[in-house]
Design a binder for this molecule. Structure first.
Ligand code: ADP
Length: 262
Protein backbone atom coordinates (compact mmCIF):
# COMPACT_ATOMS: atom_id res chain seq x y z
CA UNK A 1 0.00 0.00 0.00
CA UNK A 2 2.67 2.47 1.10
CA UNK A 3 6.22 2.04 -0.01
CA UNK A 4 9.49 3.90 0.53
CA UNK A 5 12.34 2.74 -1.59
CA UNK A 6 15.89 3.97 -0.95
CA UNK A 7 14.56 7.34 0.11
CA UNK A 8 17.32 9.89 0.62
CA UNK A 9 16.82 13.52 1.60
CA UNK A 10 19.50 16.20 1.69
CA UNK A 11 18.55 19.70 2.83
CA UNK A 12 20.55 22.61 1.37
CA UNK A 13 23.68 22.22 -0.70
CA UNK A 14 27.47 22.62 -0.60
CA UNK A 15 29.01 23.03 2.82
CA UNK A 16 25.56 23.73 4.37
CA UNK A 17 24.11 20.43 3.19
CA UNK A 18 22.38 18.31 5.85
CA UNK A 19 21.69 14.69 4.98
CA UNK A 20 18.49 14.08 6.97
CA UNK A 21 17.60 10.67 5.53
CA UNK A 22 20.36 8.37 4.32
CA UNK A 23 18.68 5.34 2.77
CA UNK A 24 15.18 4.51 3.92
CA UNK A 25 13.32 1.47 2.65
CA UNK A 26 10.07 0.50 4.34
CA UNK A 27 6.72 -0.78 3.22
CA UNK A 28 3.33 -0.87 4.87
CA UNK A 29 0.75 -3.43 3.74
CA UNK A 30 -2.94 -2.69 3.33
CA UNK A 31 -4.69 -2.64 6.69
CA UNK A 32 -1.42 -2.86 8.61
CA UNK A 33 -0.52 -0.70 11.63
CA UNK A 34 3.15 0.22 11.45
CA UNK A 35 4.91 2.39 14.02
CA UNK A 36 8.11 4.29 13.34
CA UNK A 37 10.32 5.17 16.30
CA UNK A 38 13.66 6.87 16.44
CA UNK A 39 15.62 9.50 18.30
CA UNK A 40 14.72 13.16 17.95
CA UNK A 41 16.18 14.67 14.77
CA UNK A 42 16.47 11.31 12.99
CA UNK A 43 14.28 12.41 10.08
CA UNK A 44 10.78 11.22 11.04
CA UNK A 45 9.09 14.49 10.04
CA UNK A 46 11.12 14.62 6.85
CA UNK A 47 9.94 11.10 5.98
CA UNK A 48 6.30 12.12 6.58
CA UNK A 49 6.74 15.24 4.43
CA UNK A 50 7.88 13.02 1.55
CA UNK A 51 4.99 10.59 2.06
CA UNK A 52 2.46 13.42 2.25
CA UNK A 53 3.82 14.78 -1.04
CA UNK A 54 4.88 18.04 0.59
CA UNK A 55 8.49 17.64 -0.55
CA UNK A 56 10.37 15.50 -3.03
CA UNK A 57 13.18 13.25 -1.86
CA UNK A 58 16.66 13.94 -3.21
CA UNK A 59 16.68 10.39 -4.53
CA UNK A 60 14.66 7.22 -4.18
CA UNK A 61 10.90 7.29 -4.14
CA UNK A 62 7.75 7.00 -2.10
CA UNK A 63 4.67 5.42 -3.59
CA UNK A 64 1.06 4.77 -2.64
CA UNK A 65 -0.69 1.81 -4.21
CA UNK A 66 2.09 1.52 -6.78
CA UNK A 67 1.87 5.19 -7.82
CA UNK A 68 4.78 7.51 -7.17
CA UNK A 69 3.83 10.27 -4.70
CA UNK A 70 4.42 13.60 -6.43
CA UNK A 71 1.91 15.79 -4.54
CA UNK A 72 -0.50 15.40 -1.61
CA UNK A 73 -2.30 12.08 -2.27
CA UNK A 74 -6.07 12.28 -2.10
CA UNK A 75 -6.40 8.99 -0.27
CA UNK A 76 -4.24 9.99 2.67
CA UNK A 77 -5.07 11.88 5.87
CA UNK A 78 -2.69 13.26 8.47
CA UNK A 79 -3.05 13.85 12.19
CA UNK A 80 -0.45 16.03 13.88
CA UNK A 81 0.65 16.51 17.46
CA UNK A 82 -0.48 20.11 17.54
CA UNK A 83 -4.23 19.56 17.63
CA UNK A 84 -4.70 23.14 18.86
CA UNK A 85 -3.36 24.44 15.58
CA UNK A 86 -5.16 21.98 13.34
CA UNK A 87 -8.74 22.92 14.31
CA UNK A 88 -10.40 26.21 13.42
CA UNK A 89 -11.42 27.85 16.73
CA UNK A 90 -14.33 29.78 15.21
CA UNK A 91 -15.98 26.65 13.83
CA UNK A 92 -17.98 24.02 15.69
CA UNK A 93 -16.83 20.41 15.87
CA UNK A 94 -19.34 19.56 13.15
CA UNK A 95 -17.99 22.25 10.80
CA UNK A 96 -14.34 21.36 11.51
CA UNK A 97 -14.91 17.71 10.63
CA UNK A 98 -16.90 18.60 7.56
CA UNK A 99 -14.35 20.94 5.91
CA UNK A 100 -12.28 18.36 3.99
CA UNK A 101 -15.46 16.64 2.83
CA UNK A 102 -16.53 19.71 0.90
CA UNK A 103 -13.65 19.18 -1.50
CA UNK A 104 -14.89 15.64 -2.16
CA UNK A 105 -18.10 16.77 -3.82
CA UNK A 106 -20.37 14.80 -1.46
CA UNK A 107 -24.01 15.78 -0.97
CA UNK A 108 -24.94 17.68 2.20
CA UNK A 109 -26.80 14.63 3.51
CA UNK A 110 -23.78 12.33 2.96
CA UNK A 111 -21.50 14.85 4.62
CA UNK A 112 -23.76 15.08 7.65
CA UNK A 113 -24.00 11.34 8.08
CA UNK A 114 -20.22 10.87 7.76
CA UNK A 115 -19.56 13.65 10.27
CA UNK A 116 -22.05 12.20 12.74
CA UNK A 117 -20.75 8.66 12.31
CA UNK A 118 -17.08 9.52 12.87
CA UNK A 119 -17.65 12.05 15.67
CA UNK A 120 -19.81 9.37 17.29
CA UNK A 121 -17.03 6.80 16.80
CA UNK A 122 -14.62 8.98 18.78
CA UNK A 123 -17.23 9.38 21.53
CA UNK A 124 -18.08 13.03 20.97
CA UNK A 125 -21.65 12.86 19.66
CA UNK A 126 -22.70 15.22 22.47
CA UNK A 127 -20.16 17.82 21.40
CA UNK A 128 -21.02 18.21 17.73
CA UNK A 129 -22.15 21.80 18.17
CA UNK A 130 -19.46 22.88 20.60
CA UNK A 131 -16.34 24.87 19.72
CA UNK A 132 -12.76 23.55 20.09
CA UNK A 133 -12.03 25.99 22.92
CA UNK A 134 -14.86 24.40 24.91
CA UNK A 135 -13.12 21.01 24.74
CA UNK A 136 -10.13 19.50 26.58
CA UNK A 137 -6.89 18.75 24.71
CA UNK A 138 -7.73 15.06 24.46
CA UNK A 139 -11.20 15.85 23.09
CA UNK A 140 -9.70 18.22 20.50
CA UNK A 141 -7.36 15.48 19.36
CA UNK A 142 -10.35 13.15 19.05
CA UNK A 143 -11.98 15.74 16.78
CA UNK A 144 -8.83 15.77 14.64
CA UNK A 145 -9.01 11.95 14.42
CA UNK A 146 -12.71 12.10 13.50
CA UNK A 147 -11.93 14.62 10.77
CA UNK A 148 -9.23 12.37 9.33
CA UNK A 149 -11.58 9.35 9.39
CA UNK A 150 -14.55 11.21 7.89
CA UNK A 151 -12.35 11.86 4.90
CA UNK A 152 -12.28 8.05 4.45
CA UNK A 153 -8.57 7.79 3.75
CA UNK A 154 -6.90 4.56 2.72
CA UNK A 155 -3.86 5.60 4.71
CA UNK A 156 -3.81 7.48 7.98
CA UNK A 157 -0.48 9.05 8.92
CA UNK A 158 -0.03 10.20 12.47
CA UNK A 159 2.87 12.34 13.66
CA UNK A 160 3.25 11.95 17.44
CA UNK A 161 -0.48 12.56 17.79
CA UNK A 162 -0.70 11.92 21.53
CA UNK A 163 2.50 13.61 22.66
CA UNK A 164 0.80 16.72 24.08
CA UNK A 165 -1.81 15.11 26.32
CA UNK A 166 -1.58 13.72 29.85
CA UNK A 167 -0.81 10.04 30.47
CA UNK A 168 -4.36 8.89 31.21
CA UNK A 169 -5.79 10.68 28.16
CA UNK A 170 -3.00 9.25 26.07
CA UNK A 171 -3.87 5.70 27.12
CA UNK A 172 -7.55 6.39 26.34
CA UNK A 173 -6.67 7.79 22.91
CA UNK A 174 -4.44 4.80 22.13
CA UNK A 175 -7.34 2.45 22.89
CA UNK A 176 -9.74 4.58 20.89
CA UNK A 177 -7.36 4.49 17.93
CA UNK A 178 -7.07 0.69 18.10
CA UNK A 179 -10.86 0.37 18.18
CA UNK A 180 -11.43 2.60 15.18
CA UNK A 181 -8.54 1.05 13.26
CA UNK A 182 -10.25 -2.34 13.70
CA UNK A 183 -13.61 -0.85 12.74
CA UNK A 184 -12.57 1.25 9.72
CA UNK A 185 -9.77 -1.07 8.51
CA UNK A 186 -7.54 1.83 7.56
CA UNK A 187 -3.78 1.45 6.98
CA UNK A 188 -1.86 3.37 9.67
CA UNK A 189 1.67 4.76 9.75
CA UNK A 190 2.24 6.05 13.27
CA UNK A 191 5.31 8.08 14.21
CA UNK A 192 6.22 8.28 17.88
CA UNK A 193 9.27 8.51 20.09
CA UNK A 194 7.51 6.50 22.80
CA UNK A 195 8.73 2.90 22.68
CA UNK A 196 5.90 1.50 24.84
CA UNK A 197 3.32 3.19 22.65
CA UNK A 198 4.88 1.77 19.48
CA UNK A 199 4.81 -1.80 20.83
CA UNK A 200 1.32 -1.45 22.30
CA UNK A 201 -0.19 -0.19 19.05
CA UNK A 202 1.73 -1.65 16.14
CA UNK A 203 1.77 -4.85 14.11
CA UNK A 204 5.37 -3.92 13.41
CA UNK A 205 7.83 -1.34 14.72
CA UNK A 206 10.43 0.16 12.39
CA UNK A 207 13.35 1.63 14.30
CA UNK A 208 15.17 4.48 12.60
CA UNK A 209 18.83 5.11 13.22
CA UNK A 210 20.24 8.56 13.95
CA UNK A 211 20.33 10.96 11.02
CA UNK A 212 21.17 10.31 8.15
CA UNK A 213 18.58 7.70 8.93
CA UNK A 214 17.84 4.24 7.71
CA UNK A 215 15.72 1.47 9.21
CA UNK A 216 18.06 -0.12 11.72
CA UNK A 217 15.61 -2.85 12.71
CA UNK A 218 12.05 -4.01 12.13
CA UNK A 219 10.39 -5.71 15.06
CA UNK A 220 7.27 -7.78 14.44
CA UNK A 221 4.83 -7.32 17.32
CA UNK A 222 3.06 -10.64 17.68
CA UNK A 223 1.04 -9.66 20.73
CA UNK A 224 -2.55 -10.89 20.48
CA UNK A 225 -5.40 -8.50 19.67
CA UNK A 226 -7.60 -7.01 20.92
CA UNK A 227 -5.05 -5.42 23.24
CA UNK A 228 -5.69 -3.62 26.45
CA UNK A 229 -3.55 -1.43 28.65
CA UNK A 230 -3.49 -3.82 31.61
CA UNK A 231 -3.23 -7.31 30.13
CA UNK A 232 -1.11 -6.47 27.10
CA UNK A 233 1.41 -4.45 29.08
CA UNK A 234 1.63 -7.19 31.72
CA UNK A 235 2.41 -9.83 29.06
CA UNK A 236 6.09 -10.90 29.31
CA UNK A 237 6.23 -10.73 25.50
CA UNK A 238 5.45 -7.00 25.77
CA UNK A 239 8.57 -6.37 27.88
CA UNK A 240 10.70 -8.56 25.57
CA UNK A 241 9.58 -6.56 22.58
CA UNK A 242 10.07 -3.15 24.21
CA UNK A 243 13.57 -4.23 25.28
CA UNK A 244 14.36 -5.24 21.69
CA UNK A 245 13.16 -1.88 20.37
CA UNK A 246 15.00 0.09 23.06
CA UNK A 247 18.20 -1.83 22.46
CA UNK A 248 17.97 -1.17 18.79
CA UNK A 249 17.46 2.57 19.40
CA UNK A 250 20.47 2.68 21.69
CA UNK A 251 22.36 0.52 19.22
CA UNK A 252 23.66 -1.69 21.98
CA UNK A 253 25.01 -4.99 20.86
CA UNK A 254 22.46 -7.75 21.29
CA UNK A 255 23.14 -10.27 24.01
CA UNK A 256 24.34 -13.62 22.69
CA UNK A 257 21.83 -16.45 22.44
CA UNK A 258 21.57 -18.30 25.75
CA UNK A 259 23.49 -21.54 26.08
CA UNK A 260 21.27 -24.54 26.49
CA UNK A 261 22.78 -27.20 28.69
CA UNK A 262 21.66 -30.76 28.45
P1 ADP B 1 12.59 14.31 13.51
O1 ADP B 1 11.22 14.58 13.03
O2 ADP B 1 12.92 12.86 13.65
O3 ADP B 1 12.91 15.06 14.78
P2 ADP B 1 13.46 15.95 11.23
O4 ADP B 1 12.93 15.29 10.01
O5 ADP B 1 12.72 17.14 11.74
O6 ADP B 1 13.63 14.84 12.39
O7 ADP B 1 14.97 16.38 10.97
C1 ADP B 1 16.00 15.51 10.50
C2 ADP B 1 17.29 16.30 10.28
O8 ADP B 1 17.11 17.20 9.20
C3 ADP B 1 17.72 17.13 11.48
O9 ADP B 1 19.13 17.10 11.52
C4 ADP B 1 17.23 18.52 11.14
O10 ADP B 1 18.04 19.50 11.75
C5 ADP B 1 17.35 18.54 9.61
N1 ADP B 1 16.33 19.40 8.99
C6 ADP B 1 14.97 19.27 9.10
N2 ADP B 1 14.33 20.19 8.37
C7 ADP B 1 15.29 20.94 7.78
C8 ADP B 1 15.28 22.07 6.89
N3 ADP B 1 14.14 22.60 6.44
N4 ADP B 1 16.48 22.58 6.50
C9 ADP B 1 17.64 22.05 6.94
N5 ADP B 1 17.73 20.99 7.75
C10 ADP B 1 16.59 20.44 8.19
Amino acid sequence: MLEMSHLRVVYGSGSDAVEAIGDLTLSVAEGEFVCVVGPSGCGKSTMLRCLAGLMSPTSGEASLDGERIAGPPERMALVFQQYGRSLFPWMTVRANVEIPLRAKGLSAADRTSLVEETVGAVGLADSLDRYPWQLSGGMQQRVAIARALAYQPEVLMMDEPFASVDAQTRADLEDLLLRIWAEFRVTVLFVTHDVDESVYLGDRVAVLSKSPSRVSQEVVVDLPRPRDQLTTKADPLFSDLRTRVLRSIRQEPRSPAPLIER
